[in-house]
Write a protein of this length. Structure first.
Length: 868
């Protein structure tokens, strides 16, 4: 295809063609001046011979899987457009960008795109000497180090420099203000320091300025008020201080986003905010702004999202905000606001999220509109509020009534009492008669969990809830069947329905085993089974299904291996190092419960990331333990019989080696799977990765790097997180707590996944060691993360803090019901030991989690607004 000696233009873009480029490309196409192969699956290295294609004015290789270094392009003096983005080019080390300096003498270069590759090393100063005709420079999403060259101001025609999501450091060059044609400057997610240069106000044509997630400090320059075409301004997650300049608030051109959150801004919010009449998203959260919320904010009638939480605002919510009828999300939590909750919020039809928590609001909470939805309204920490729907758990409101009203009330009470007495007598007689008739009949006893569950759900209701098992509702599938997301029409409850595959003879048996096993299993880190269904479908075929609680954040597999639509920044925020340790502890506690604290030990048999589900608070839950086998404490060989009949041996890569040789199923097999899971969580690599062949395994890969080369095997996302908080001290291992904890985690993973079952540690010891690591991380974690480690089985010493343990239990329950967040850690530890806790466990745990989330963390706005 490439042997076309007279061709000048070659374009096969967007066809998903596989293969490589021939090494003699410039020889077989000596006259080529337009070469485009974008949007294919071409791999291998860019041939060196392309350096001799001196007639090329456009070279488009983007969106393929090319790798290796880019050859010198010095002879391509006619090149105008060079597009290499979205490949695997570079090695992540120094020297990757040497080819850029070979373009210095090119006077016609207009566009340069090397984004989303693996380029590393320092950004060379030579880019300051590029042709002044350069308009597009896109290097984002690489591993590029160093400073933005001071001479970048020489590129006077540059319109779109995109340098975000790298590891650039140092200040923003002052002479950037010379680039009068600059239209969009995106430098977020780097390590830039210093102040925002005043000269940036010279860029009057600027439409987007994104400098979020850096280490910038100082004041926001008032000169930004000169950028009268600005649509997006994002300066969040820096160390900016001082007040918000009124010139910035006067930018009426801002129509998409103004995000100044997570800084140290102070002072009162200027009335000039009324000029933001076209703005859609406004986020000033997590600063130190004070005073009243200005009435002029009501002029911003196009606002859809308003976030003012985590400041020092006081006084009431101004009535002028009643004009913001297009609001979708409103958050004023964690301030000192007072007065009543405005009634006008009831009429906001578009409002989907309202957070008023931890203020000083008082009076009656409205009960109409959005206030009917307890999952969308947050009012914790307002002790003077009353009323509202029962789910919000506010106190009842006291009201004075006239004597006439009181008399009517008494009459109603008398009538109600009489009716209740009559109904009560009737009910008692009915029960007595039913019992008498039942005693006269010989009935088949209900013996299985599945039969009992038929009283609650039917095939018809499940069919409707899952939209007739639509593919859109399909969550996942496995050897035992498929899982669908469903919504019960009557209650709106979201469920997960596991429909068993009855074509496999194992499914029916596993269904019965699973139902019997799940009768007595209750643990906060196991996915709860709500009910089971057994019947026939509309074709007369047998139908069996299990109904689980739905986990909104999907599986650990999705988070570890970045599914489409999940940004790296979101990964770092939701599944950072501290959170991964927490999830590892969650899984260890669940396994410890299954192995040691059930009536009979339970083996999971198929522990892997896709079977670890995460709820809305990113708490880990083990699922799919319908594959688990019950091992009788008296007859340890019974599991072997089960496994041989059902053929369940786990998943390749996670199953222990002894299972492949026909050994008995054991708890040690689960420990092996857990060890592999732990290594995968912190290396970011599956045990079935292509590199683990020819004798190399995930365990050997980790073992060979400990401890000196620990950074090399750690998930790059975790390394980037650590770099953001300070460069890892690899040379002084003993003084770097982060590296010490990583080393301990890898050692635990290796101890769990030892080749011999007898050499593997017990899961109880694993949980204890992980809790110690989490406590050790306390001083290195981000602010407002959960502290300590909630033990699976709290020590008795906790209950001995007072003379009377019953009194302690009573106090803890009162604190929980009263919504006092200061006692959450103690309550979590004490309550499980209290008599009768099982009957209220679900409500208490839900309440604790809700309090903990709102008392110890702040809900971020939509993902795309926090990126700036």
């Amino acid at each position: 295809m490439f042997n076309l000696s007279n061709i000048r233009s070659f374009d096969i873009g967007g066809n998903n063609i596989q293969g490589t480029l021939p090494s003699n490309l410039a020889i077989t196409m000596p006259y080529i001046d337009f070469f485009s192969v974008w949007g294919n699956q071409l791999s291998g290295k860019i041939p060196i011979s392309i350096s001799n294609a001196s007639n090329l004015y456009m070279l488009q290789l983007d969106r393929n899987i090319f790798s290796g270094n880019v050859p010198s392009l010095e002879k391509l003096d006619k090149l105008s457009i060079l597009l290499l983005g979205t490949n695997h080019l570079g090695t992540g080390t120094g020297g990757d960008l040497n080819f850029l300096c070979s373009l210095v003498n090119n006077t016609k270069l207009d566009s340069l795109d090397i984004r989303t590759n693996n380029f590393g090393g320092v950004l060379p100063e030579c880019i300051s000497n590029f042709s002044s005709s350069l308009q597009f420079l896109e290097i984002e999403n690489n591993k590029i180090l160093g400073r933005i060259p001071d001479g970048i101001g020489n590129l006077i025609n540059l319109g779109v420099p995109q340098v975000s999501q790298n590891q650039l450091s140092g200040p923003i060059p002052v002479n950037i203000g010379r680039i009068q044609k600059l239209n969009s400057f995106d430098a977020r997610n780097n390590f830039l320091t210093g102040t925002i240069p005043y000269s940036i106000g010279n860029l009057t044509g600027l439409t987007l300025l994104a400098l979020g997630v850096n280490n910038l400090q100082g004041n926001i320059p008032s000169s930004l008020g000169n950028s009268q075409n600005l649509l997006v301004l994002g300066l969040s997650y820096n160390n900016l201080s001082g007040s918000i300049p009124p010139q910035v608030l006067g930018l009426s051109s801002l129509s998409i986003l103004l995000n100044l959150s997570s800084n140290y801004l102070t002072g009162e919010l200027s009335v000039d905010v009324e000029k933001l009449t076209n703005l859609g998203d406004l986020d000033f959260s997590k600063n130190k702004l004070s005073g009243l919320i200005p009435k002029s904010l009501g002029s911003c009638v196009r606002l859809e999202r308003l976030f003012l939480g985590g400041n020092l605002f006081e006084g009431p919510i101004p009535s002028s905000l009643s004009s913001l009828r297009g609001l979708v999300e409103l958050d004023v939590s964690e301030n000192n606001l007072s007065g009543g909750v405005p009634e006008f919020l009831v009429s906001f039809k578009a409002l989907k999220y309202l957070n008023l928590s931890f203020n000083n609001f008082e009076g009656v909470l409205p009960s109409g509109g959005l206030f009917k939805n307890a999952s969308a309204v947050f009012v914790e920490g307002n002790n003077k509020l009353c009323g509202g729907i029962p789910e919000l758990q506010l106190s009842r409101c006291n009201s004075k009534k006239s004597s006439k009203t009181s008399l009517r009330f008494k009459i109603v009470i008398v009538v109600v009492v009489v009716v209740v007495v009559i109904l009560g007598v009737t009910l008692v007689l009915s029960i007595v008669l039913i019992i008498w008739f039942r005693k006269r009949k010989v009935q088949q006893p209900i013996s299985t969990f599945a039969e009992i569950s038929l009283l609650w759900l039917s095939y018809q209701r499940i069919l409707k809830a899952t939209n007739e098992f639509s593919m859109r509702n399909l969550v996942g599938s496995g050897s035992f069947g498929s899982v669908y997301k469903g919504i019960l029409e009557e209650s709106g409850v979201v469920i997960a329905v596991k429909v068993l595959n009855l074509l496999d003879h194992r499914s029916s048996r596993s269904f019965l085993v699973e139902c019997e096993t799940l009768k007595n299993i209750r643990h906060r880190n196991l996915v709860k089974v709500l009910t089971a269904i057994s019947g026939v479908d509309y074709q007369g075929n047998d139908f069996k299904a299990l109904v689980y609680e739905f986990m909104v954040n999907g599986s650990l597999e999705d988070w570890l291996h970045s599914p489409t639509g999940t940004s790296e920044l979101e990964m770092m925020r939701k599944l950072n190092f501290f959170k991964r340790v927490s999830v590892a502890i969650d899984v260890a506690h669940a396994l410890e419960y299954l192995h040691h604290h059930c009536e009979t030990s339970i083996i999971h048999c198929d522990l892997k990331p896709s079977n670890i589900l995460l709820d809305e608070e990113m708490v880990g839950h083990i699922s799919d333990f319908g594959l688990a086998k019950i091992i009788s404490a008296d007859e340890p060989n019974c599991s072997t019989k089960m496994s041989s009949s059902l053929g369940l041996r786990g998943t390749i890569g996670y199953a222990p080696p002894e299972y492949g040789m026909g050994s008995e199923l054991s708890t040690k097999g689960d420990v092996y799977s857990y060890g592999i899971l732990l290594l995968e969580m912190f290396t970011g690599k599956r045990p079935t990765d292509e590199r683990f062949r020819e004798g190399l395994s995930l365990q050997n890969f980790v073992k060979a790097a400990l401890p000196e080369r620990i950074i090399e095997i750690t998930d790059p996302i975790l390394v980037q997180e650590r770099v953001r908080r300070g460069t890892p001290n690899v040379n002084n291992f003993r003084n770097d707590r982060y590296l010490q904890c990583l080393n301990s985690l890898f050692e635990i993973g290796l101890a769990c996944s030892a080749e011999s079952p007898n050499e593997r540690i017990d899961i109880s010891d694993v949980a204890t060691k992980l809790c110690s690591i989490k406590d050790k991380l306390h001083s290195t974690r981000l602010p407002r993360e959960p502290q300590g480690c909630v033990k699976n089985h709290p020590p008795r010493a906790m209950a001995a803090r007072t003379i009377d343990s019953k009194l302690l239990c009573k106090k803890e329950i009162q604190w929980v019901r009263g919504g006092h967040p200061a006692h959450i850690p103690e309550a979590i530890a004490v309550l499980p030991n209290c008599p009768g806790f099982g009957a209220i466990e679900e409500d208490v745990v839900h309440r604790l989690r809700k309090l903990k989330a709102k008392g110890a963390s702040y809900r971020f706005p939509r993902d795309y607004t926090t990126l700036f």
